[in-house]
Design a binder for this molecule. Sequence first.
Ligand SMILES: Cc1ncc(COP(=O)(O)O)c(C=O)c1O
Length: 385
Amino acid sequence: MQDNLNKYLTEIEFLHQQQLYRKPITYIPISATKVIKDDEEYLMMASNNYLGLTHHPEVKKAAINAIEKYGTGSGGSRLISGSHILFSKLEQALAEFKSTEKALVFNTGYVANVGTISALTSSNDYIISDELNHASIIDGCRLSKAKTLIYAHKNMADLENILKKLPYSNTKLIVTDSVFSMDGDIASLDEIAYLAHKYNALTMVDDAHATGVLGKGHGSVEHFHLQGKIDIQLGTLSKALASEGGFVAGKKILIEYLINKARSYIFSTALTPADIASSLAALSLITNDNSLVDKLYDNISYVQDLLQQNNINMKLMTPIVPIIVHSNEKALQIAKKLYEKHIILSAIRPPTVPQNQSRLRLTISASHTKNDLKFVITELAKLLF
Ligand SMILES: Cc1ncc(COP(=O)(O)O)c(C=O)c1O
């Protein structure tokens, strides 16, 4: 091994020692909740496919038709040649879905956060960010020239303390996950909107785990009845919307600004017709039929009852169920034992969560059967106590 690669080897060895080493595992997905691995079937409890739409016949058909009609790739970035016809349909549908003037599609939720935050703020500005915000928000803050200030998780007194010390007329952007990805709890968006108004700040909410889930699927702004009061609603097409991509919805002026300034939007090849067509189909299913979201909530309340019956003390607010076991080793051990029972559930460790907060993250889908859910919670409880 070359000497100048040794430091990477040392770091990988360190990750192994700390039980922090990671690698992707390949599966064959056969339905929204089942995968095949080594010729055996496993129950998927780690996916963000909250409404199970990845395998919905209409969503699949839309992607296949789009390939037949428009081809496989987009061939260029959005501002050069990649803005195929489906983009304008999806962006209009997203703006209506989120009750905003306009929407803009990015290639992933990750680059939507990075591009939007870094474009909207500059050196005399401030970003005020919840301490448990997603890595893509953190990376957006790192890329921005603004000063980033962190408030304690969901602590509105701390947020106000920070805001009141900042110059009233400078640009201030408060940014938060709405549903926190690793905890499943919900930001106090109504109080954030109130404080933003009081201290002249802009608001940005990341609805990656709220779209298709909160507010009859429309997201956190509808959930809190804050239409018109949150400046930027960010979302992803990759979770409940069963495809790939991210988006931002807000006032026309902000979208126009992002089109011209967000580097992750400008300098990357646009998503494929199949990506956009499947998102459009999923969005239309959620918009026209409440039963999918209702089914998800029915499953959430079923799991809530099962947790109680099995003495796992936890109040669920969303489909994300965090079982905090603290040590990396214990999280890995439980995930391994569940895998032996043909259940896939991820062991989440730092840096995804803070030190000593390692956990099993279980996610509920509308497509899980009651039998699936009962089996998982019963097996999990056996390993916890
Ligand atoms: C809160 C949050 N924001 C943004 C993202 C990034 O979205 P995407 O996976 O579409 O890049 C994620 C992904 O896990 C997330 O949990």
